[in-house]
Design a protein around this ligand. Structure first.
Ligand code: PMV
Length: 325
């Protein structure tokens, strides 16, 4: 049904296994978190797009529809504007819009606020302009948007925002397999350092170019870990899963994308009894995850904090994009 005003939300994500290797055609596993991004889109008269994003200090930003695609977008709103540009072009639409965004989480954590906002935007536009867009088409449009804005990306974060849950994923959505899992007893620690995904992706690409055989072998080992982790997750085999997290972390260290802080938080978590611990995402900063038996959770949280990390309380395996009203 056509609506002139719609509020959409989509979840953030955490990479569980397979970061970086996923960009080279290998699978990864990602889970959606219960912290969400909200976008309200209203169809208005005229041909201007107005955006309010208080968390990003964007107050009444305005652009003419005819300027979409022809000017540089401010970095805070480039995903929103690129999503509109791509959608309007694809469906030959010209319309004024009023957009308000809000987020449960800071864009600093690396939870994927850009992909979540893109998914919200395209979903909202499909409702407002009454265009049937199934989940795969929603993924494809958003993946195009993200690639046009940042040039690199496997699309795992978009898949998490669209489908939610926990997903076995291959780059570009070649495979998107929701995993049936019950719960994920993870503790998340934030390093306090913002990771720059593009720089780290380029760093690994450079390494791959100069040491193709060695890095190729690391990717192949990560692939095996991801396949085993998929089975361990589905069988709720936490002992195995923890072991695999440690192995994946070791390989990410071999790729030189861990950091002193990520290393010290993962070690502290293990010493406090975690079944396994690894960085999550591009590396260099952002977050780490530790797998924790309930009896050890408090100790692990304390150990992460004592080592300078900030505990982020999130639930995992949560719902994908949804229309709020
Ligand atoms: O920085 P994050 O949390 O968005 O994770 C990036 C993960 C990579 O595999 C390095 C890139 C990607 O798009 O898959």
């Amino acid at each position: 049904m056509k609506k002139s005003n719609v509020l959409v939300s989509a979840p953030g994500k955490l990479m569980l296994f397979g970061e970086h290797a996923v960009l080279y055609g290998n699978p990864c596993i990602v889970t959606a978190v219960d912290q969400r991004v909200y976008v309200n889109v209203e169809k208005v008269g005229g041909e201007s797009i107005k955006i309010n994003a208080p968390e990003l200090k964007i107050d009444n930003y305005s652009i003419k529809v005819s300027d979409l695609g022809g000017v540089d977008y401010p970095k805070e709103v480039k995903f929103v504007l690129k999503a509109i540009e791509v959608f309007f072009k694809k469906y030959k639409i010209v319309s004024g819009l009023k957009i308000d965004t809000k987020s449960d989480f800071s864009s600093l954590f690396g939870f994927g606020s850009s992909s979540a906002v893109t998914v919200c935007m395209v979903k909202a536009l499909s409702k407002i302009f009454d265009i049937e867009v199934d989940n795969k088409s929603l993924f494809d449009i958003c993946f195009k948007v993200v690639l046009e804005v940042q040039g690199v990306g496997s699309g795992f974060d978009i898949a998490a925002a669209v489908w939610g849950g926990t997903i076995y994923f291959v780059r570009g959505g070649k495979v998107i397999k929701p995993l049936k899992i019950s719960r994920l007893p993870l503790v998340v620690g934030y390093t306090g350092i913002k990771a720059d995904t593009t720089t780290l992706v380029q760093k690994v690409a450079k390494l791959y170019k100069s040491h193709e055989k060695k890095i190729g072998e690391i990717f192949a080992s990560i692939r095996v870990i991801v396949e085993k982790a998929k089975i361990a997750l589905e069988n709720t085999d936490y002992l195995k899963l923890g072991e695999l997290m440690d192995e994946n972390q070791k390989l990410l260290e071999d790729l030189s994308i861990s950091s002193i802080e990520l290393g010290s938080l993962t070690k502290a978590a293990r010493r406090a009894g975690a079944l396994g611990a690894k960085l999550s995402g591009a590396g260099g900063g952002d977050c780490m995850v530790a797998l924790a038996n309930k009896s050890k959770t408090a100790k692990i949280r304390e150990a992460i904090e004592k080592s300078g990390g900030v505990i982020i309380d999130v639930k995992f395996n949560t719902e994908g994009v949804r229309i709020e009203k």
